[in-house]
Design a protein around this ligand. Structure first.
Ligand code: SAH
Length: 452
């Protein structure tokens, strides 16, 4: 290969990496090119060379891919939020489908006929939660937006197209309140200033909105004025501030003071209601979450007689969704606060046949199984990206439920875990992908394993 660093060269982009970078080859040498789309013919400049692969910058699109589209957002390539805006929505669904198929086949060594992803009718404005950092630009103006990829530079953007339209109104109202009351944004370099982040959540089903201002101070100055201004926005239901005076990247602390409303908003998925506070974990795309949970319910094939375990249950959303169709549901979740939310949500919905455990799935499940007091007809797992611990999978195999429903946000660890269970008496029956996060590379799926 005779391309050196800083050389320009032409290359066909023939594939895409799981982080969204384009992949092309010259003389068998592999290039990764950010912002290039599968099907593009481009001019690129070599930026970093390793022995078997290199990185290059997109310089010019000579012949665009048929799936290439104009980015709708003006900061799409600078902001760290979206990776796939230059790819048509159909192309994005295909890209994610390919990720799932190739993991199942190559990592899992499994055969499955995987239907196309279930996408969104309108893939924009789906996010119900955003945390906007607040800072100052070089001219001293207050800016809110998102961090540029891998940095803490704030890209000024009040209207992220993934969030609801109200966000822009809310951010501008808060900026004006800051100007009028001379309240400074936080500056992480010298730990000065007051306003650090603005958290906004909207319950899509009920329309209720929550705002939480994260501050580097014990109190929010002129909070009455802020409430008066924000209250004019339709749906405003809860306003609070969160004290975070630490020099840290962690956004929220548990020191939250409510200054308007009850400190939570209410949303609904299907016929289950959820109470969501500033710190609660809650799925960010409610439209797709409903479709995903309906598939979990379908794969679980409940008749009302089953004992179900829901491992990695978060605030119990899947447990509660299944409870009305099962005899009993046991949820396991590592974060104690989420377990508290889960228990409260069960009470809110008058659901009495669920029980939640705070602890690690790989410890609680073996413990309960060893004690002999439990069995499972169906086990649902929804682990974080690293997948399930082997102790958890071994116990699932030993408990031998008729069906295992695996919800996954990482095709590679999914394929590894499916293989593990298929080597221990299960057959992979179905895999269905979902687009939970359009324009990003996140790939979600639900798989059904049945006892051989
Ligand atoms: N099923 C839920 C949440 C899934 S996110 C929903 O649909 O909303 C994954 C969850 O697993 C998180 O809540 C995380 O806190 C939890 N978790 C991570 N490691 C865990 C472990 N070892 N045991 C139990 N829960 C764990």
């Amino acid at each position: 290969m005779d391309i050196n660093k800083n050389d320009c060269f032409t290359v066909h982009i023939t594939d895409m990496r799981k982080d969204g970078d384009g992949i092309g080859k010259t003389d068998g040498y592999t290039w990764f090119v950010k912002d290039a789309v599968k099907g593009d013919f481009i001019e690129a400049k070599a930026t970093k060379l390793k022995s078997s692969y290199g990185y290059a910058r997109l310089m010019k699109i000579i012949d665009p891919s048929p799936e290439r589209v104009e980015c709708a957002c003006p900061v799409a390539t600078r902001c760290g939020g979206c990776q796939l805006q230059a790819l048509s929505y159909r192309g994005q669904l295909e890209f994610k489908h390919d990720q799932i198929v190739s993991a199942i086949e190559r990592i899992g060594g499994l055969d499955a006929d995987i239907p196309p992803l279930i996408g969104m009718e309108d893939p924009w404005r789906y996010r119900n939660k955003a945390q906007f950092p607040v800072g100052t630009d070089k001219d001293g103006r207050i800016v809110t937006g998102f961090y540029a990829k891998r940095t803490h530079d704030i890209i000024d953007n009040d209207d992220c197209l993934l969030g609801p339209e109200e966000n822009s109104d809310i951010l501008n109202t808060i900026k004006l309140y800051m100007y009028d009351n001379s309240i400074q944004p936080y500056d992480e370099r010298n730990h000065s200033g007051i306003i650090r982040h603005i958290l906004i959540r909207k319950a899509f089903f009920t329309g209720q909105i929550m705002v939480c201002i994260v501050i580097n101070s014990r109190h929010l100055p002129h909070s009455d004025d802020l409430v008066k201004r924000l209250d004019k926005i339709d749906g405003m239901s809860s306003i609070s501030y969160c004290v975070n005076m630490k020099d840290t990247n962690v956004i929220l602390t548990d020191q939250i003071t409510d200054i308007y409303g009850p400190g939570y908003i209410i949303d609904r998925i299907g016929d289950v209601e959820y109470r969501i506070s500033a710190q609660s974990f809650y799925q960010v795309n409610p439209v797709q979450t409903k479709k995903l949970y309906e598939t979990v319910l379908e794969f679980a094939s409940l008749t009302g007689e089953e004992t179900v375990w829901d491992l990695y249950c978060g605030i119990g959303t899947i447990s509660l969704f299944l409870a009305k169709r099962a005899k009993e549901v046991y949820g396991v979740e590592i974060v104690p606060r989420a377990v508290r939310d889960a228990t409260e949500n069960a009470a809110l919905n008058n659901i009495t046949n669920v029980h939640f455990f705070a602890g690690k799935a790989e410890e609680v499940l073996p413990e309960e199984f060893k004690n002999g007091g439990t069995h499972a007809d169906v086990i649902v797992v929804d682990p974080p990206r690293k997948g399930c611990d082997e102790r958890c999978l071994d116990t699932i195999a030993a408990m031998a439920p008729k069906r295992v429903v695996y919800v996954s946000c990482d095709p590679a660890t999914l394929a590894r875990d499916l293989r593990y269970l298929c080597d221990r008496g299960y057959i992979l029956d179905k895999v269905q992908g979902f687009d939970m996060f359009p324009f990003t590379c996140h790939t979600e799926s639900v798989s059904l394993l049945i006892k051989a």
